[in-house]
Design a binder for this molecule. Structure first.
Ligand SMILES: Cc1cc2nc3c(=O)[nH]c(=O)nc-3n(C[C@H](O)[C@H](O)[C@H](O)COP(=O)(O)OP(=O)(O)OC[C@H]3O[C@@H](n4cnc5c(N)ncnc54)[C@H](O)[C@@H]3O)c2cc1C
Length: 476
């Protein structure tokens, strides 16, 4: 006999919690299911642990490379095991406060591997649970490409940051080769380099961040990485992998030449795929797309009327992106829609700001120039160096660029890409602008605090009308 709930949720990550909490607010019972650690990817092995260690690595780097004459470089010791232990403490604390302590009352978690039995019922390690409504929120996992010999090398994935699981990396590798060039490769590559590892990034395209980003962004990051001693190898097509005693050996064709790379550890950062293939989804009757994404409409309904899906598991459906705030937002919408036939909420993925937590950060929102042109916009765009931003000069950190993309006729701003100090914060102003269809003039008219990095937006907007190199202090 199955235990009965109003909302049965597959998964217990940030998407699942948002769904469970919304259901509880609506007076409904919800059960989440989890085979790994409660809280899912973000808190246990994604956002939180990576940002914790990236900041530690920044402190090490800044100490050794002070930007100010008059400050003596200081070489900090790096005790990686202790750093990992404090990271685990932060995870435990955050997981307790933001996830575990929220379970109780109408909300519960069932531990074990979940599989559909039929469209209302799942088995969790043999135990049956049934839901009037169902939410699939099983997230995503590292995507492994088909490379000869991959099964013979001891490779790492982004799961290396996890706490409480054997996949956690506790020794700092002397050398690390990374295959891939997404945000995980860049974040972790720079972090390990700053802790002292020799880092090689192997990327098959002509430059870093070749797909979906402004070309200027990858170019700037490549130069910055080179200046920090990160070996970025582009046009590298990996052919074979093998393990030779304590080294991973990577054979690759680089711009047509056969080359070999060796490293103590290998990190596969070749993307992520939705976790839809290990839950017997066909028994629920739910359709998936070619990359395993659960297909949903703009109300997050699957093809089965009482089954919803949200978070990483829907991949790029409805223009979604795999990111925690998207899943958290949509998990709540899915639960609302599950119990509110009369007033359904639509998801809106038009404006999703993103950040890559390199130093300097990369902040992005909206369309790139190429995407704007493809979408049929008459396009105005301009790219400016950070050296034009007064704060960048004041704090002696002029690394980076900003690029603004706008419709040349009606002057609506369509996209912003920024590489620069605090770009992850600045990008929110651009996102709010895009949300309300702001024009170039709106970014100029808004009084900005002086001197801040957000002035980069105003200066980029001013460059539509005049030479931004000839502005007085407050960029008017
Ligand atoms: C290294 C790294 C850094 C990241 N940094 C950021 C960042 O800075 N900002 C950001 O917004 N996003 C970041 N992300 C992405 C973010 O972590 C995810 O988008 C988010 O966690 C997805 O949430 P979710 O609830 O949809 O899925 P998840 O959090 O993955 O939750 C799904 C849960 O379902 C469980 N599950 C799956 N299958 C089964 C099964 N058959 N039985 C039982 N349980 C199952 C999984 O174990 C998992 O715990 C990062 C990801 C990684 C890997």
């Amino acid at each position: 006999m199955a235990e009965q709930f109003d909302l049965l949720i597959l998964g217990s990550g940030s998407t699942a919690f948002a769904g469970a909490l919304r259901a509880a607010e609506l007076g409904k019972t919800a059960v989440m299911t989890e085979s790994r650690t409660v809280g899912g990817t973000c808190v246990n092995r994604g956002c939180l642990p990576s940002k914790n260690l990236i900041e530690a690595a920044r402190i090490v780097y800044e100490s050794a490379h002070p930007r100010y004459p008059g400050l003596t470089p200081a070489k900090m010791g790096v005790d990686f095991r202790t750093l990992v232990a404090q990271k685990d403490e932060v995870i435990h604390d955050y997981r307790k406060k933001k996830y575990e302590s929220l379970v109780g009352g109408r909300t519960s978690v069932e531990r074990g591997r979940v599989q559909f039995v039929d469209s209302h019922t799942v088995a969790v390690d043999g135990k049956r649970l049934s839901g009037d409504k169902v939410l699939i929120a099983t997230g995503s996992r590292p995507l492994m490409p088909t490379i000869a010999g991959l099964d013979q090398v001891a490779y790492l994935t982004s799961d290396l940051l996890t706490a409480d699981e054997s996949l956690e990396l506790t020794e700092l590798p002397e050398s690390l080769a990374i295959i891939g060039d997404g945000y995980i490769a860049l974040d972790l590559g720079q972090m390990f380099r700053r802790f002292g590892s020799q880092v090689t990034i192997l990327e098959r395209h002509r430059q870093l961040l070749a797909r979906g980003y402004e070309p200027e962004v990858g170019q700037v990051i490549e130069e910055l990485f080179a200046s920090e001693g990160i070996n970025v190898v582009t046009q590298a097509s990996v052919r074979r992998l093998r393990q030779e005693s304590d080294q991973a050996v990577i054979s690759a064709s680089v711009a047509g030449l056969e080359r070999e790379f060796r490293a103590e550890r290998l990190l596969m950062a070749t993307g992520r795929r939705p976790n839809s293939d290990q839950i017997a989804i066909e028994r629920g009757g739910v359709h998936t797309g070619p990359n395993g994404e659960v297909k949903v409409d703009e109300y997050l309904r699957t093809n089965v009327s009482h089954i919803f899906a949200a978070g990483d598991v829907i991949g790029g459906e409805t223009e979604s992106r795999m990111a925690t705030p998207v899943g958290s937002h949509d998990g709540g919408i899915a639960a609302h829609n599950a119990f509110s036939d009369q007033s359904l909420h639509r998801v809106n993925h038009r404006v999703i700001p993103r950040t890559i937590f390199t130093d300097p950060q990369i902040g992005i929102v909206g369309l790139t120039e190429e995407q704007a042109v493809q979408a049929g916009h008459p396009c105005w765009c301009n790219t400016l160096p950070m050296s034009l931003v007064p704060r960048a000069g004041a704090i002696r950190d002029i690394r980076g660029i900003i690029k603004m993309v706008a419709n040349d006729e009606n002057e609506e701003v369509l996209g912003v890409s920024m590489v620069g100090s605090n770009a992850g914060e600045v990008i929110h102003e651009a996102a709010m602008g895009l949300r309300f269809h702001a024009k170039i003039q709106d970014f100029i008219d808004l009084l900005h605090v002086y001197p801040t990095m957000a002035e980069a937006l105003k200066i980029a907007a001013i460059s539509r009308y005049k030479d931004p190199a000839r502005l007085s202090c407050c960029a008017e």
